[in-house]
Design a protein around this ligand. Structure first.
Ligand code: ADP
Ligand code: ZN
Length: 608
């Protein structure tokens, strides 16, 4: 078996994935061939696998330099879940734990060892490294080496001397999500990379829906946004600490289970807020930009910005924390003109504290103002938001309209929906006025839903007749038909949809009906259709099983299985171990550990 075949096998057997994501295969091939690597890949692209898989294939130990304790801990937890022997060495360990881990490492117990940069040049670590067979050295978050970036970490400057102190220089790979040219040059120079294989994968995150809202009342708008995302987990970013506290309080007063997070909070409280969020105990975290880097939570379904950040770099980095599991997610920016004033003030103010000479200060401030201008342009301009982001990062968008952002969907057009309206009325009559709006829309798009099946609604001729429109559009149409007295809803706790005064004429199609709607089959509609086709009842049972296991093991739920994996499982409904292995994200080790439990749950569900 060639090394690359072994890599593919590890992808399937250990991590449970069928295919490499863009860039992964090239990076892995380069590392396996012995080359240095410099990889710029956006958050969520799947950088970890790029070095973890070579770490499993190559003889010797893989050292990963990483800046954050939480990041290392989550990575190691996730690796152990997949049956990969791994450990971390950082200041969270006692001296005893540290020397024990090092002793294990010396005996070759681990395939992958995460280490804080400050540890590299210590005597204990150096003597271990000099005697060990090192497969590769990986520098994660490599931009921390550059003083150009906001995350400069002096410890990273010890990486080059460390490499020089080894008897043989191992291959070195550097990974970052920060792409500016100055930073990239710094990384290559300061880490002393030798003719590295360089790759920059696309910055587009097709699964993110971008949205800008211009509310008069931010609180009310945020509450509305959150009610659209009930039951999901997400981050609300605020511009200031005070904002964090006020918004968190406001949300709690309105019945939203939210925790606050900012650097001014006591450590203990802050740690708990973060842990509760990662463990899915608190679904919503309200935070300053201090929150996020190194938070390895893949199932963030939305990121809302209560304030506009100072530039698109910050915005995209923060917004990009949504949907890392590849699931559809929403990034919503609430904009008010006051944001521009606050940021302008901060730019001027930041200058007072620096020790730069007058000329440098001017240049830096000018650049900051220009970036703020671009950010404001994003928040207030027309057209495709994704296209704007991508061109800002120097990438050419595939098409001027992504159809998956509020800029594109604002371009919805007026259409003749006479036929569709008739079909909706027919469905309401066939359902005998016994169901609400939501279920009616689901029947019309042909959603796979337990309630629909149980009540035999999938036998109606209306079932799935508006499949091509998508659920969102159908709901919009129903709302308009209610407003036009074609349909009506009953009073009471469970409002039911009934035929209205003008139902008969609509059924006959006497008068043409026009509505302003996004095109059917646009990306957002595809998204709605996709989520509508998941069996929610089964998914929520699988989610409950995952939560129980996570609590028992004191690990975050997503290291057991990601949302994407549970969704695929609900979709495929495996009944055998072999079928379970075909679910994306189920490798051999996880099959062994959790396969039975989840198979039993599916079995029980199907027989219920
Ligand atoms: P990054 O470090 O680039 O932000 P991660 O390495 O944390 O991203 O990966 C993000 C998510 O994508 C993780 O849940 C990971 O398991 C998943 N993932 C990585 N590679 C693949 C793949 N080839 N197929 C499916 N999922 C993948
Ligand atoms: Zn768009």
């Amino acid at each position: 078996m060639t090394a690359m075949e072994a890599a593919r096998k590890a992808l399937q057997d250990v991590f449970g994935y069928d295919q490499f994501r863009p860039g992964q295969e090239d990076v892995i091939a380069a590392i396996l061939s012995g080359r240095d690597v410099m990889a710029v890949m956006p958050t969520g692209a799947g950088k970890s696998l790029c070095y973890q898989i070579p770490g499993l294939v190559l003889p010797g130990v893989t050292l990963v330099v990483s800046p954050l304790i939480s990041l290392m801990r989550d990575q190691v937890t996730a690796l152990l879940q997949n049956g990969v022997r791994a450990a971390y060495l950082n200041s969270s360990l006692t001296a005893r734990q540290f020397s024990l881990a090092l002793q294990n490492a010396r005996q070759g117990v681990y395939r992958i060892v995460y280490v804080a940069p400050e540890r590299l040049m210590t005597d204990a670590f150096l003597s271990f490294a000099r005697g060990a067979q090192i497969a590769q050295v990986v520098v994660d978050e490599a931009h921390c080496v550059s003083q150009w970036g906001q995350d400069f970490r002096p410890g990273y400057l010890q990486i080059a001397p460390f490499l020089a102190a080894l008897p043989a220089r191992p291959r070195v790979s550097a990974f970052t999500a920060t792409a500016t040219d100055a930073v990239r040059q710094d990384i290559k120079r300061l880490l002393n990379l030798r003719q590295p294989f360089e790759i920059t994968t696309g910055f587009d995150r097709p699964n993110l829906y971008f949205e800008v809202r211009h509310p008069r009342d931010r609180d009310a708008e945020l509450l509305r946004f959150l009610s659209e995302h009930q039951g999901q987990s997400g981050i609300v970013y605020c511009g200031t600490r005070k904002g964090v506290e006020e918004v968190a309080r406001m949300l709690r007063q309105n019945g939203v289970d939210a925790v606050g997070y900012h650097a001014g909070m006591p450590d203990e409280e802050r740690r708990r807020a973060q842990e509760d969020f990662v463990a899915d105990i608190s679904p919503v975290i309200v935070a300053t930009n201090a929150f996020g880097m190194g938070i390895d939570k893949s199932n963030v379904s939305f990121v809302a910005h209560y304030n506009m950040p100072k530039d698109l770099e910050s915005y995209y980095q923060e917004a990009g924390r949504a949907g890392r599991d590849g699931e559809d997610a929403v990034c919503c920016l609430l904009y008010q003109p006051a944001d521009v004033r606050l940021n302008t003030f901060l730019i001027e103010h930041a200058q007072d504290e620096s020790e730069m000479d007058e000329q440098t200060r001017q240049v830096v401030a000018d650049r900051a103002r220009e970036r703020l201008k671009q950010m404001t342009f994003y928040a207030t301009g027309h057209g495709c938001l994704r296209a704007r982001i991508l061109s800002y990062f120097g990438e050419k968008p595939e098409s001027p309209h992504c159809n998956n952002c509020s800029g594109c969907l604002a371009g919805a057009s007026e259409r003749d929906v006479t036929v569709q309206a008739g079909q909706i009325v027919a469905a309401v009559i066939a359902m005998q006025g016994r169901y609400g709006k939501a279920l009616t829309a689901k029947v019309l798009v042909g959603a796979r839903d337990e309630r629909i099946r149980a009540r035999g609604l999938d036998k109606l001729s209306a079932f799935g007749c508006l499949h091509a429109e998508g659920e969102d559009n159908v709901r919009r149409m129903i709302d308009e038909l209610i407003a036009d007295d074609v349909l009506m809803v009953t009073e009471g706790e469970y409002p039911l949809l009934r035929a209205g005064a003008r139902a008969a004429e609509t059924l006959r199609g006497d008068e043409p009906i026009h509505m302003t709607l996004p095109a059917p089959g646009s990306a957002q509609e595809a998204r709605t259709r996709r989520s509508a086709s998941v069996d929610r009842a089964l998914l929520s049972r699988l989610t409950a099983v995952r939560r129980r296991i996570a609590e028992e093991q004191h690990v975050p739920p997503f290291v057991i299985f990601t949302n994407a994996t549970l969704r695929d499982m609900a979709d495929k409904r495996p009944r055998t171990r072999a079928a379970m292995l075909r679910v994306a994200g189920v490798g051999e080790r996880k099959l062994e550990r959790y396969g039975e439990t989840f198979l039993r749950e599916i079995e029980a569900y199907v027989n219920d």
